[in-house]
Ligand binder design. Structure first.
Ligand SMILES: *[C@@H]1O[C@H](CO)[C@@H](O)[C@H](O)[C@H]1NC(C)=O
Ligand SMILES: *[C@@H]1O[C@H](CO)[C@@H](O)[C@H](O)[C@H]1NC(C)=O
Ligand SMILES: *[C@@H]1O[C@H](CO)[C@@H](O)[C@H](O)[C@H]1NC(C)=O
Length: 171
């Protein structure tokens, strides 16, 4: 009985520690063109140059209603501003949020004649980190991503063990 209480205390402490650990995986939302939005006269090659995009990030295009659209196209269509066979075609409302859910290159253009002036965006989406091997515990991948967390877990488990030992001794 006493042993199972001690084990329960240890388990609770370990769980509490994991629940309190900060979220390791975070996605970024990029406003395409930053404060300039998705509009003619912005050089999106320059905008994208210093940015790294990872799987899970979002691109949000803000445009003038009825003035612009967002077409996801292939590389050839991007290079030549061809709008006749887009992969995705979006023009409703005033914004379009697009999730970058795969690695690879993504190309976007506006079909309203502004593409030739530079209203086109090409980005490369990278994998954030190697996928954890199948079946590995969440604790392992968290610990791998954040070495400090691993240390914290070890410390907490140590405390839990000490508490358990103390409980056992006090019986
Ligand atoms: C976008 O899709 C709509 C409806 O599916 C279509 O009417 C329109 O011509 C398309 N625009 C382009 C540029 O592909
Ligand atoms: C990937 O993103 C697109 C566009 O946001 C979405 O329609 C699609 O369902 C997503 N696919 C997965 C596997 O999440
Ligand atoms: C955008 O900037 C890049 C890099 O400075 C340049 O090579 C490119 O010609 C520019 N595009 C337009 C449409 O001005």
């Amino acid at each position: 009985m006493a042993v199972s209480v001690a084990l329960l205390v240890a388990a609770l402490l370990a769980c509490t520690c994991l629940l309190q650990s900060p979220a390791v995986v975070s996605a970024d939302r990029y406003t395409v063109g930053s404060e300039k939005g998705w509009n003619p006269g912005v050089n999106y090659t320059v905008w994208a140059k210093d940015k790294h995009f990872y799987v899970g990030d979002w691109l949000v295009f803000y445009y003038q209603s009825g003035q612009a659209d967002v077409l996801q196209v292939n590389e050839a269509a991007y290079n030549q501003c061809l709008a006749d066979s887009p992969i995705t075609n979006y023009s409703k409302g005033r914004s379009f949020a697009f999730e970058l859910n795969k690695t690879g290159r993504y190309y976007f253009i506006c079909s309203r004649g502004y593409c030739y002036g530079g209203m086109k965006l090409a980005i490369k989406v990278e994998k954030l980190r190697p996928a954890p091997p199948a079946g590995s515990a969440a604790v392992t991948s968290l610990a791998a991503a954040v070495p400090d967390l691993a240390a914290a877990v070890v410390r907490t488990l140590g405390v839990a063990a000490a508490v358990a030992a103390a409980l056992l001794r006090s019986i």
